[in-house]
Design a protein around this ligand. Structure first.
Ligand code: SAM
Length: 286
């Protein structure tokens, strides 16, 4: 057994895992990519030394990033997934029978290749005829997408550093809003509500400059430092808290009860969003 210490530059903590094997380690044009084998978490995908997903708990994150907004939309036909090169979000999107087209806009094709090879259960949807893979920057793709054409846009990016930063700007959010249909939704992860409060707050504020209404829900992701993971939602017109279709898809974490409960956030978050209040916690875990 090898002890592997995760490098999580974005968080004040990093985890240590027991590893049986290093199945792959290489560099793409964009990042270092590794696949480790752990007795506790199964295969693990790392980018630049940070855990992106594990076989054991990837469904927590992929289901919770996908299904709340997919269920809040009456009949999502066209969907854009930005990042998400492992294929997990695409797999979940395809479970909705109204879906006719999914664009997977992943800047690094090598991630898709590695996921196909080492994570067949996660990348299983990538060969579905409804899926179109576009290896490019998500912000550039959205800028070129016709207005009002897309029902749901999901950002499943790495941490908000480096080339992922282009997905968290005012320009990007307003370009997203322009290409969404009248009852469209946008969702992106916005890091940990425990360790990255200022980031969570800033993403909500920037979203508010482009969307008539924004909201936030959370889910517990054991293998992401900080665990209480925030998902920021931008809505063109509808309330994301209302699931508008019967719940009939195969899931292991998400269901209609979780949908409702996930929008209930801790009291400090509500204070956090009120600029006037001092919610006094050490800045370091801001
Ligand atoms: N679920 C993981 C998480 O939340 O940490 C993310 C997994 S997925 C592998 C993250 C992907 O986002 C990476 O493959 C990365 O190449 C991609 N990505 C980052 N910035 C991007 C951008 N600007 N456009 C398209 N893809 C991007």
């Amino acid at each position: 057994m090898i002890k592997f210490f995760e490098s999580a530059p974005f968080s004040p903590v990093g985890y240590c895992y027991e590893i049986e094997n290093i199945l792959y380690k290489g560099k793409s044009r964009f990042q270092e990519i590794a696949v480790l084998e752990s007795p506790d978490f199964g295969r693990m995908l790392l980018l630049d030394g940070t855990v992106q997903m594990t076989e054991a708990d990837e469904f927590f994150y992929h289901e919770m990033l996908t299904h709340p907004v997919m269920h809040a939309n009456p009949a999502p036909r066209k969907v854009i997934v930005i990042g998400g090169g492992d294929g997990g979000v695409v797999r979940e999107v395809l479970k909705h029978e109204s879906v006719q087209k999914v664009y997977l806009v992943e800047i690094d094709e090598k991630v898709i290749e590695i996921s196909r090879k080492f994570f067949p259960s996660v990348s299983s949807g990538l060969d579905d005829p409804r899926v179109e893979i576009r290896p490019m920057d998500g912000a550039e793709f959205v800028r070129k997408t016709p207005r009002g054409d897309i029902d749901v846009i999901i950002v499943d990016s790495t941490d908000i550093i480096g080339f992922a930063r282009s997905l968290y700007t005012k320009n990007f959010f307003s370009a997203v809003k322009d290409c969404l249909s009248g009852d469209g939704f946008f969702v992106t992860h916005s890091e940990s509500l425990i360790y990255h409060k200022e980031t969570v707050r800033k993403v909500q504020q920037i979203l508010k400059e482009s969307f008539p209404s924004v909201d936030l829900y959370t889910a517990t992701i054991a293998t992401y430092p900080g665990n209480l993971w925030a998902f920021a939602v931008g809505s063109v017109s509808l309330d994301p808290r209302e699931a508008r279709r019967k719940f009939e898809i195969q899931t292991r974490y998400y269901d209609d009860e979780i949908h409702a409960q996930s929008f209930v956030t801790p009291k400090f978050y509500r204070k956090l969003m009120d600029d006037k209040l001092d919610w006094g916690l050490p800045a370091r875990i801001a």
